[in-house]
Design a protein around this ligand. Structure first.
Ligand code: NDP
Length: 252
């Protein structure tokens, strides 16, 4: 039996670590060709080598998704080299939590630039390719990474939560417009996943909160989330899983 992902061509952003890296590997193992994007070129090259060694096909696309021209150029490069793009995992994001009164305005801006503008740059450059793929009769998927922070009230998470609430609501709205064109739109809302995400947090209380959670319970692995993304894209073309919350069993 052929894998439902055989012949698909995917872009994964945030593929140099964590959820994106694991998802790129999973999609490639299931037969998709995968373009992997992030800033750290060395990590991407190592990932591409691992995928190739396992018999898959991958292309490293080092870029900063907040740079709209770079994202536009990447769309051209990927479609030239891999033929098309019919699966976009719009995943790169950063979490910099702090109390609002600390006025960490640079951190606020970094989250807005990456989690919102970066995601929109990818949508602007790749939606035309997704609709092309759907018109040609194949499956097409736009999958974003939101968070349980999109709906939960977590102290100090205000800016991050706001960016993820934007992603969840954006996904609902895009689904209506693009679903009509047979492009599936989905978002995943993970709880705690063991990745590099907490490493960037500077607020000591917030860092401790996440470190404690990782220490106390069996949190999700990036591979758990990757499996979910692959599942969404593997459904028959007329089935759109729209919003999936993935929590570690023991996380409240
Ligand atoms: P990581 O920090 O491990 O991964 C983040 C990825 O984004 C890295 O590959 C990083 O690569 C990339 N990235 C950062 N800045 C840019 C940029 N300017 N341009 C391109 N790529 C960039 O964390 P996760 O895997 O956990 O995060 C992935 C997504 O999952 C994020 O959207 C996050 O908000 C979300 N999430 C994570 C949860 C968790 O508990 N871990 C829970 C819920 C949601 P590089 O630095 O090389 O550019």
């Amino acid at each position: 039996t052929t894998s439902p992902l055989a012949g698909r061509v995917a872009l994964v952003t945030g593929a140099s670590s964590g959820i994106g890296e694991a998802t790129a590997e999973r999609l490639a193992a299931l037969g998709a060709k995968v373009a992997v994007a992030a800033r750290r070129k060395d990590n991407l090259d190592a990932l591409v080598a691992r995928i190739a060694a396992a018999g898959g096909t991958a292309l490293a696309v080092p870029l900063d998704v907040t740079d709209r021209d770079a994202v536009t150029a990447a769309a051209e490069q990927i479609t030239d080299q891999l033929g098309r793009v019919d699966l976009v995992f719009n995943n790169a994001g950063v979490q910099l939590i702090s109390p609002i009164e600390d006025l960490q305005v640079d951190d606020w801006q970094r989250q807005i630039d990456l989690n919102i503008t970066g995601v929109m740059n990818v949508i602007g450059a790749f939606v035309p390719h997704l609709t092309d793929a759907a018109v040609a009769g194949g499956s097409a998927d736009l999958i974003t990474t939101s968070s349980i922070a999109a709906t939960r009230v977590l102290e100090k998470f205000s800016i991050y939560s706001g960016t993820k609430a934007y992603i969840s609501q954006l996904t609902r709205l895009l689904r209506v417009e693009l679903g009509r064109k047979m492009v599936r739109v989905a978002t995943i809302e993970p709880g705690m996943v063991d990745t590099e995400l907490p490493d960037h947090v500077t607020d000591p209380d917030a860092s401790k909160l996440m470190a404690d959670l990782i220490h106390d319970i069996d949190v999700l692995s990036p591979a758990d989330v990757a499996q979910t993304v692959a599942f969404i894209a593997s459904m028959p073309r007329h089935v759109n899983l729209t919003e999936i919350t993935i929590l570690p069993t023991a996380q409240a």
